[in-house]
Design a protein around this ligand. Sequence first.
Ligand code: NI
Length: 187
Amino acid sequence: MNVLPIVTVAGSNPVLRRAAAPVRRIDRDLRKLLDDMTATMRDAPGVGLAAPQIGLGIRLIVVEASEERGEGSARLHRLADPEIVWRSDELEEGQEACPSIPELYGDVLRHTSIVVRAIDVTGRRVEIDAVGFEARVFQHEIDHLDGVLFPDRVTSQDKLYFLEEDESGEMIRIPAKVVEPATLQVR
Ligand code: NI
């Protein structure tokens, strides 16, 4: 498994802003790629990664997140062509970050539970019920496949911020009033 370089918005690579293409079939090369994406996600370290983040406009994601952030065990999902086929009416705001947008955080509304249909790493069609933090991560990664980044999803600009440690060692929020770089604004 190889750790691959992650594309960030700073590089202005359009791949992060484009809809990715379906893969339809899993072959050996894509299985290898899903393994490399898993290694890259874990190295970041992160709980999810989408193929556009390694510069490829194809619909592959990996997700490894527990139902409660930072608690309990996480299932590893390596998926092609994931699609959300059901969403709860209930929404919940929670903190998100993304290795493609270094240092920025956002409080984003997401559905608290979803059902995802996809092709798994063995080529089988699967349906996955995800709730809580795991559901959040799925929504974030599937957004990447449509060129959508988490700052697009905040309900107001003051929900975007940087975190900095003050003198007493406490983390404080620095509002990201003007979000750089400009690629975040281009839709
Ligand atoms: Ni991301």
